[in-house]
Design a protein around this ligand. Structure first.
Ligand code: MG
Length: 159
């Protein structure tokens, strides 16, 4: 059995709107995010982690934000496509561990739904997905609530 690890990171600025999509779940909030797609930081970081683990580059190479095909796209499409690319090479996802960095919105009430959504798109059991959330103690652009960020780590297995 072969194992590989991948990591991903993503940031989006807040903008006009009434909520942010996190892990494929719309979380109501007094702002939205500025993005070409739905601006789902968790799934963008996760997509990069998947691609990175398999040595397949990054999200910008596979889903250019200049491509009208991806305008307003649900980021679950990006994750599903990355999972397909991995499966083509014989890789399956073992687990995913994600961290949301934001002062707001708080996701505690949405954590179960977000983990289930991510597990579904990855095709793994719920127990294989973990979501953590932290603030940055009011420091920096996240602390000033100008935007939010996410980190993702995945393990993939072959054979
Ligand atoms: Mg992004």
């Amino acid at each position: 059995m072969n194992f590989r690890v991948g990591s991903g990171f993503d940031v989006h600025a807040f903008g006009p709107g009434d909520g942010v999509v996190l892990g494929g779940v719309k979380v109501p909030w007094s702002a939205g995010v500025i993005a070409h797609s739905d601006g789902d930081v968790l799934l963008h970081a996760l997509t990069d982690a998947l691609l990175g683990a398999a040595g397949l580059g990054d999200i910008g190479q596979h889903f250019p934000d200049t491509d009208p095909q991806w305008r307003g796209a649900a980021s679950t499409q990006f994750v599903a496509h990355a999972v397909q690319l991995l499966a083509r090479d014989g890789w399956r996802v073992v687990n995913a561990d994600l961290t949301l960095l934001a002062e707001a919105p708080r996701v505690a009430a949405h954590r179960a739904a977000i983990c289930q959504s991510i597990a579904t798109v990855l095709g793994v059991p719920l127990s294989a997905v973990n979501l953590k959330a932290t603030t940055t103690e009011k420091l920096g652009f996240i602390g000033r609530s100008e935007g939010l960020a996410a980190q993702a780590v995945v393990l993939i297995a072959h054979g």
